[in-house]
Design a protein. Sequence first.
Length: 209
Amino acid sequence: MGQLNILNHPLIQHKLSFMRDDETSSKDFRDLLEEISMLMVYEVTRDLPTKTIEITTPIGPAKTQVLEGKQLGLVPILRAGLGMVDGILKLIPNARVGHIGLYRDPVTLNPVEYYCKLPPDVGERELIVLDPMLATGGSSSEAIGFVKKRGGRSIKLVCLIAAPEGVKRIQQDHPDVDIFVAALDDHLNDHGYIVPGLGDAGDRIFGTR
């Protein structure tokens, strides 16, 4: 079963507290999400393989480590997942970025696909699916399914906040996918929102609520 990783670094938790605050502006919310995403990717990429190369420093020759093997691919789930991309690209500028467009039916709470475009070499990349909120898990599960159908094999899911219901859904549907979150909250309310959560991440990112 995929492992749940809760990244409770003090800097992440500090910034997440301000994101949760209803008084935080859209601009500050976007900035905080970018910063947290950058901090989280350190742990998400901890197991990337490296190889030894020889270089020459101003003092003399040295053996150092560089990344080896598969390239990275980021797959944000539209639209809220877009808010996590820039922070990660600042650290991994060569990562390719695909997009999956899903929205949640307000009545059934089931995900509906409206767009999917991934890198052509998706099967050769380490893929990171991005979605700030893992609520019911339906959208993330469907997105991961779409990636697999198009050849993706090595996939991780990175979310800001998760509900236990969403974690359970991903672990049931995709036991080969590790989950990385900044916080595991209490439960979902009757409208499918995470409690206490931070509201609708997409609305808060883009100021559309």
